[in-house]
Ligand binder design. Sequence first.
Ligand SMILES: *[C@@H]1O[C@H](CO)[C@@H](O)[C@H](O)[C@H]1NC(C)=O
Ligand SMILES: CC(=O)N[C@H]1CO[C@H](CO)[C@@H](O)[C@@H]1O
Length: 311
Amino acid sequence: MSESPPPPPSWSITSIVNNTVQFLRLPVLASSSLAVIASGLLYFKQNELIYPRNIPTDARTNVPIPRQFGITDSEDLQLPTPDGESLHAFFMRPSKKSLAPDVTILMFHGNAGNIGHRIPIAKVLQDVLGCNVLMLEYRGYGLSSGVPDEAGLKIDAQTGLDYIRQRTETSNTKIVVYGQSLGGAVAINLVAENQDRGDIGGLILENTFLSIRKLIPTVFPPARYLARFCHQYWTSEEILPKITKVPILFLSGLKDEIVPPSNMTQLFGICQTERKVWRTLPNGGHNDSVAEPGYFEHIHSFITEEVVDED
Ligand SMILES: *[C@@H]1O[C@H](CO)[C@@H](O)[C@H](O)[C@H]1NC(C)=O
Ligand SMILES: CC(=O)N[C@H]1CO[C@H](CO)[C@@H](O)[C@@H]1O
């Protein structure tokens, strides 16, 4: 298409990430919840374990805003879902539309915290790519209403995508769905359901798992005998192979201590889509892979080579 874009400004990536990595160091598990498991209430309490939306403790009330991170062109939204919830979201326009002005990234976060904690990631994506970003907060998280569960989060994801499709300035952009950890499962499901319209230009998966049920015995050892009572499935290993039309980038932190990197390797192996890209972060842990060298360069290359350049 156009001449090859300049390399991303890595100095700014590093400084932004270093300044804000504290926000990303969110615990994935609530250790106090182990007591809950021990008391045998897993069946009823598993949502608190799988969706620890009160970590950190003020995560339901204190949501950092884009302006705190120097993003001036953004909107604070409440998106209504078809089943009556209201989802908090940020829509951000880049300050300079350079490399990928016709791309909108839809971000799905991991299972702790809120969207405010991930604004530094959105900022780097904008700085590197010059794209629009929609950050969506699942039901029950941050300033969104409701209680999270698998069926609800699927509705939330669809609500975010439909919003991008309907909003005038984004309706003709290529949509890149980006999910970290639990957000990866949310993203896989959404893309599998929506690939036919042809407006999803890419899928980015970071440190996500084969299924929740497979995760429970290792991540919550006391609960290993109870995994079969788990009513949250997130069966990415069954759904991912249904995606055939959308290029996929796999970002795997090889030091992931929560989800073994072999889960990502296996997902990559069963992935049937025409173009798939595998990239590793050799020192990346579960929640800090984003701060590893090369992370945003991999996303930059994927979007310029597989999404923007594609037609
Ligand atoms: C995936 O991760 C789960 C949870 O840690 C683990 O039990 C399982 O063995 C892993 N599977 C593969 C193929 O890596
Ligand atoms: C680097 C980092 O912050 N890692 C944390 C990720 O989450 C786990 C699980 O809660 C913590 O133990 C790590 O310290």
